[in-house]
Design a protein around this ligand. Structure first.
Ligand SMILES: C[S@@+](CC[C@H](N)C(=O)[O-])C[C@H]1O[C@@H](n2cnc3c(N)ncnc32)[C@H](O)[C@@H]1O
Length: 307
């Protein structure tokens, strides 16, 4: 496999009205190749999503039918786990992006904001993948090295990535092209907002959150993706017996993951302490960077209890 995309160790910045926070380390992704375009496979539906965990409702009250005077249909400010950066893709990456749009890149109807999806837009997964199959979702796939490797080893599984960083998406597209896998799709959107909108409850067999942005400083911890609210979203989406896999190379994030899972014991069966490394995860440059820096990798596995 070609060289992998390098991910930032911490991001900083602002989305949707959150004040700017300073330094950002950009990632570099390998680019190249081309893919054929396809068609839109989502659908609008009546009303809001059936799923509305408390934190989701707090952030997106329109989803629960709560009127927000003065917002004029805009989303209220929210704390996001990523910083949106602009910047042009190299020409080959841009070409790859454009040609994959509608095929590997799943088009979604946007909500107000570049990374949100319209609250009444549900994906038709059978149409998106051209078949029905168990669904594995990766949140924050970076350059897609783990997901594409898994997809190649498991052609019987549909793999759906969520990523907000376009060079990362393009890195995934390059890997899809290189390996020739046909069971990978990617949505460019904030997974925290988009997951419960796009996917049916109890529709996911496995969900990965590997090396989410660490947001090391205490004042930035609220930006971390793995929170009680996100756990509620994952619990809603996973089928009974479905698996949530997490990993981090930051001790304080491992503690937070452990606390989040301990707080969700009613819905997840899990080990309180980090367990063995997940053998199905290829070693990404991001994980390698943590190892090189002498950091301990912590893996967690949580199994959705029966409803
Ligand atoms: C540190 S990188 C890790 C990438 C990859 N999982 C790995 O292990 O190498 C974290 C990635 O998560 C993405 N990300 C952060 N918050 C996200 C969100 N709310 N929705 C989708 N992607 C997100 C970032 O853009 C970044 O590419």
């Amino acid at each position: 496999m070609a060289d992998v995309a390098a991910c930032r160790s911490e991001q900083a910045g602002a989305v949707s009205g959150v004040a700017g926070l300073g330094e950002a380390e950009a990632c570099a992704a390998g680019l190249g190749g081309a893919l054929a375009a396809g068609s839109d496979a989502g659908s609008a539906r009546e009303g809001g999503p059936e799923l509305a965990p408390a934190e989701y409702v707090e952030a997106f009250p329109q989803a629960a039918g709560i009127d927000m005077p003065g917002l004029d249909g805009r989303l209220p400010s929210r704390v996001a786990s990523f910083a949106r950066r602009s910047g042009r893709l190299p020409e080959r990456g841009q070409r790859l992006w454009e040609e994959a749009h509608g095929a590997v890149v799943v088009p979604v109807r946007r909500g107000p904001g570049m990374t949100t999806v319209a609250l009444d837009y549900r994906l038709d997964l059978d149409a998106v993948f051209g078949r029905g199959a168990p669904l594995l979702v990766e949140v924050g796939c970076g350059g897609g090295e783990a997901l594409v490797a898994h997809a190649a080893a498991h052609p019987e599984i549909n793999h759906l990535a969520f990523e907000v960083w376009r060079p990362g998406v393009v890195g995934l597209l390059r890997r899809v092209k290189e390996t020739g896998v046909s069971n990978v799709r990617v949505v460019e959107a904030d997974a925290a907002q988009a997951l419960p909108v796009l996917l049916e409850p109890a529709s996911v067999a496995e969900l990965w959150t590997f090396f989410p942005d660490p947001w090391r400083k205490a004042r930035h911890h609220k930006r971390r993706l793995v929170s009680a609210g996100f756990a509620a979203t994952v619990a809603s989406l996973l089928q009974d017996g479905g698996v949530w896999r997490l990993a981090t190379d930051w001790e304080s994030y491992a503690e937070q993951m452990g606390q989040v899972l301990a707080g969700a014991r009613d819905v997840f069966e899990t080990t309180a302490a980090p367990g063995e490394r997940f053998a199905g995860r290829v070693l990404t440059r991001f994980e390698q960077k943590g190892i090189d820096a002498g950091r301990q990798i912590a893996d967690f596995t949580a199994v959705r209890r029966a409803r």
